[in-house]
Structure formats: structure tokens, C-alpha cells
Design a protein. Sequence first.
Length: 568
Amino acid sequence: MEAFVSDFGKDARASRDPDAAGPGELAFQSMVIKLSGPITAPKLACHVKDSLLLGISTAVGQARQFREFSRMAFKDMREFIAFLEEDGQLKRPDVPIKAGRGNNELQALMRHLCNNNGPALVLDKLEGNKGAELPVLFNIFGTRERTAMTIGLRDYREAKIKHASILADKSSWIEPRLIDAGDAPCKEVRIEGNDIELDKQIPHVWFGKEGPSYVTNAITISKDPETDVRNVGWYRYTQFLDAPHPLGDSYPDEFIKRYLSAFYWWNPPMSHIGVHAAKAARMGKPLEVAFAAICEPAIHLAAGTGANYGDDEYAYAGGLRGKALDVVKCETVDLEVPATAEWIFEGEVIYEEHAIGPHSNPVGYYDLTQVFPVVKVNCITHRRNPLWYATMEMVPPFDHNYIAIMPLEGELLSDLRNKIPEVSDVVVTPNMHYIVQLNVDAESKPHPEFGKYVIHAVWGAAGRWARTAKVVTVVGPDVDPYDLNSVEWAIMTRVQPYSDTLINKSGQAMVLDPSAIKGPQGGAAQSEQIGYDATIKIPERFSEYAEVSNATPQEVAAIAEKLKGVLD
């Protein structure tokens, strides 16, 4: 926990450094204030107004220092990594790195990079890995800035607001463009049927104490078997080459060549593809699937978002990138895939479940055993000289932690703002603590117990993830939701543990929570939840509140200017 808090604070502070932050973030910084004097609604409104004016002024003054980044759409992942390299955020280390099962350095490398806001890497000197020898992309999404850059911005909060705004406004979505197979780079090489040899044709790299290697960058496409409506999600797949069976059994020989275990939570369904798989199983037919590995970056963000069931994530990705996503028809299944992806795998779900593991999960523990269906791969197409991507989930933060968190924040912010205009921001920490910042507090709250109303709204929000929020904290406008010290200060000085908390004894669990009871697939289905109302308890208990002892942003700026050059 200490490592996480230190890293979260460091990255948050870095993202709000006036020399690096964007104008919108600078304005936001100035909104984060500690009030002085007895707190009443008029004083709170006055402080917020002054801070907004200061923020606007600061943003204008600093705008020229902001590194402009106005690109709206990357054609593919190659164009994105080329931009990162030009920007100094991607390196190609000429150093051998161990990547074998039980003898690897990739987890340690991930920890080192993510503890220090390190660069993206292209690794082409791996040792101990198996299968195809290809350049491996590593830590591509590993900072808040790089996550924001996937949709044409540098500032994380601006990107989050863009994500939430476009999610809420379907008129801004852009339908995908279907192109001919001859114009699709993902069709340059084609492998079908018995010519498929997954053990030789794709890379296998290992992390930490994981048993199998994994396909970790798979944008997965399926259709509802009853309505034919498309879903696009981001899932991982287990490779069987040299994979130990966690129960001491063995896998069928053909699994190494043609099969992948699919992380589809379908029993009971906990994702949209889980719904598709459950329906198809009841209908007694296989589910056609395709997954595209290493696509242009905006579709990765869109696919990780819990859009409403039936919404088209391709169209949402088009809105995020400001341009239609090119898609192409598959060879053997009735699905469309991103045309510039590095790899396309086409197949069908086989409802023959197998245990896999150990698997390192995003909450920082090894799942020793999980049970999933398998996908029989019937066709592979890929680009010439393709790239590969490998990552690991572990104690946060890790490479794709931020691009996983932004959809959680965006889908909740979109839902709450649609019905509660007093919601200013939503922050989800790398450990999935949900923090909701209001633009009102004390007497200016619309009604008593407003913070508790917001907590209930989080658990009842649309999207996949907010209903699984184990810990929710609601704060006022003078608390910085990006700074855990500030949030803790609000909890310790504005919360009475019994009166100002809500306990839900039967909520939906975050599926990989190790403290919750597991279901038949090895995932958690039910969890307890807690909400902290860390707003000022006017009018609930008080008519005035104790004066906060802190300098104002204006005072701090003035003394900093006075001592400029003296303390350097």
C-alpha cells in the first residue's frame, strides 16, 4: 500500500506540474483550495469563483509553455509508437532481458518503469521466450500522459472529460468505415486451418510466477446470437505452450497448436461477451469471435469502456479519434475487425472449460486457478513484419493500469453528470478507490445527506464497473481528488464513522477481489461495499464549521514569486 500511495501521489503531482500540465489542468489545480474562515455557502462560492478566475488567468499565462498536441487520430499502433519515439517517450534498449517461464525479468522491469513514470519500450533482445521472434512493445500506456495521448491530448483530466462527454453524446459518435480486404494491412499474411501453429507463429513471453504466457492486447469482437448486435471488448487469452496445469492434469495436445483459453466471465455473465457466450451456450451453438491484437490506440480505450449493452464501441472510438475507424470483414466468421491491427485471430468458443493459472491479476495477487472456455482458432491474418505486445497485471500501477482506469472514471462521470450537475470530477485510483468531487459543499448542497445520495448514485450508475465500487468517497470542491493526502484529510476531519458512512452488505464484486467469495469460474460475484460522505456536515449537524488553517493558492503564488531564484 505504501508503494502505491507514494507512486500515485508522485504521478498525480507530476501531472499537475505547471511546467508540464495543460491549460485545463492548470485551471483545475487552482480550484483545489483549502478554505479559510468559518465555512458557509456564500464564502464557499466566493472561494470557488476566485479560484476559477485565478485558474483561467494562470492557464492563459502558461498556455505557451504547454507542449501542443492536436493530433486527433493515429492510423495504427505503429504511428502511435513512432510519435512516442519522436517525443522522447519510447526507447529501444540494446540489453538482453530474460523472458522465460520461471526465469524472467519482465515483472521487475514493469515495476521499475511504472514506479518512475518510465518510457515505453520496444524489446527485441529477449531471452528464454518461445515461439515467433518479434519486437515486443512494452509499457506503451504506462503513464497518465500516454493514456491521454491515445485520443489526441496530453492532459489526463482533459482526456477523461473528453471520454465522458463523447460517451454521453451519441451524436458525436462516428460509424466505422468498411474497407476492402485488399486495402487492409491486417490481411497481408493469411494462415488457415491445420497450417495454424500458435506455438510457433506468435511470441510467448512470461512474467513473474505466472504459469502460462498470455495474449494481452486482444480487442475482441462478437455478436449477440439472438439479435446480431455487435460488442467490442478488451480481453486476454491464455496460451498453452509450456503451460502447467494448476490442478496437476494435462491439456490436450491440440491445444498448443490451435486453442486459447478465453477470459470470458460467462457463468454467471459479468461482461457483454459473457452474455453472448451464455446465450449461445443455452442455444446449443458455438459463439463466433474474432480478436485483433495491437490496434490503433483509441479503440483500446473504447473497448475497455463499459458502454451500454448494444452500443457500438467502434462508433464510440470514431468519436474519440474524430474520424471513422476503418474495419474489414473477417475471412471465416461474420464479424468486422480493425483494418490496421497487427494481428487478427478468428475462431469459435468451445464450451469445454479448463482450469488455467497461476495468473497475476490487476489487484496485485496471483489467481492460482480460474476456469474458462476455450477458443478454437480457425484463421490468423497479420501484417508483414508484425509487432507483438506483452504486459502483466500486478500490484498497481502497471502498464495498462491508466488506460483501464480512464474508462471507469469516464463512464461514471458521464452517468453522474447527466443526473447530478453538482458532480465536478471522478477519480479512480490505481487500486480502484472511487472518489467523487462535488462543486458544492456545506449549505450549498442541494439537500441534507447529499453525499450519501451521491454514494448510492455511484452504486446504481450505468456502465460495467461503478456498481462494483468497493470503496467510495465523496468530497467537496476544496479537496483534491488526485491527492490521497487531501482525501484522507477530508475523511479524518469531516467523517464520523457511524453517521457518515454507508455499508452495502450485498453488492456486486470486482471480479478479481481476493477477499470476496469466489464463484464457479474462480471469480468473485458478491462483495460488501462502503461509502464515505466526506462533505462538510452543514446543515446535517452544524450551522458553521471550524476554520481551515492553510494558505490560499494566491498567497502561495505570491511568496513563490517573491522568492523566485532565491531557493533554487
